[in-house]
Design a protein around this ligand. Sequence first.
Ligand code: GDP
Ligand code: MG
Length: 388
Amino acid sequence: PKTAYVRTKPHLNIGTMGHVDHGKTTLTAAITKVLADRGTGSFVPFDRIDRAPEEAARGITINIAHVEYETDTRHYAHVDMPGHADYVKNMVTGAAQLDGAILVVSALDGIMPQTAEHVLLARQVGVDHIVVALNKADAGDEELIDLVELEVRDLLTEHGYGGDAAPVVRVSGLKALEGDPRWTRAVEALLDAVDTYVPVPERYLEAPFLLPVENVLTITGRGTVVTGAVERGTVRVGDRVDVLGAGLASVVTGLETFGKPMTEAQAGDNVALLLRGVPRDAVRRGQVVAAPGSVTPRRRFSARVYVLSTREGGRTTPLSTGYRPQFYIRTADVVGDVDLGGITVARPGDTVDVTVELGHEVALETGLGFAMREGGRTVGAGTVTAVL
Ligand code: GDP
Ligand code: MG
């Protein structure tokens, strides 16, 4: 029998973000190495993080690696986002649950377009705390690294992160991975910064249970399993749930986190739920598993949307009523019609109030954040102001 998960420390979800090739995956592997050497985790080599199994869901390739580790004071689930063209979507869906992020910036290259875009998206999906890893410090010139640090602090401030107060730690993922003592200490300093700077978030444990479905799998002989991070509430084996979007009611017959059985999962936990009597084909990424009767899926909502400026990678031309981008809402990816109401056009850089009609029903509520995408890039970021 597998060992049960024992909750001894607060659990937080964090992740690495930043421009491709700045060293996110190397640093993630290095963190697991440093903690494995301390005896509070197991080493996950670069290849196992970088080659996380790809899932084709509705024609979209998703690829997010989850790694688990513990510091002296906390239990972390760490996501490493891939660097391919549609990484933003993974970040929007995967980062929605992030309690904090490690922004990886190569000290050799400084801020690059994806660095800025990730900070913007982090703000949009509600990540309130960012710790900066100035990576590749082994190869950089001190004075240049000082400049990069100033540049990163400015970027954070520009996006409302208080760049002066944010911890900026100079690290070398590569050297720490090789066991170099100086850079091992640097990674430890980075983890200390995460432990102290990222607060344990307030969990909505009293709210009705809700889990946005990230993946669906079948366990032969046992049934259909959905995975994802619990957004709010708690769930126990034996609880009744609705699978919204599938129009099904079910019962949770098994619960696991990182391969360990648990009796109760709570907000913030990354879990797998075994669902009774649910056909594999009925459930998809983007649907929501929730306490019975607690959420109603809807198609229409009003929202306030920030249309990304061209400089931020957004559109070069204005948009008008009838525009049909993809909406990324929690883990869902759905087309929607935009109505600007009385306004003729919305230009890149504008903030506008819109009405949206989605292609199909999604669990919606006031305050929910989303991204608007088109042709593989993010063109807007918004918040639901009313469900219609
Ligand atoms: P990612 O795309 O952000 O995940 O970046 P990777 O972790 O795949 O690293 C990109 C490249 O940078 C690889 O060739 C790494 O070996 C190299 N690299 C990563 N971290 C460091 C570092 O701390 N120092 C140096 N010199 N190179 C690094
Ligand atoms: Mg990578």
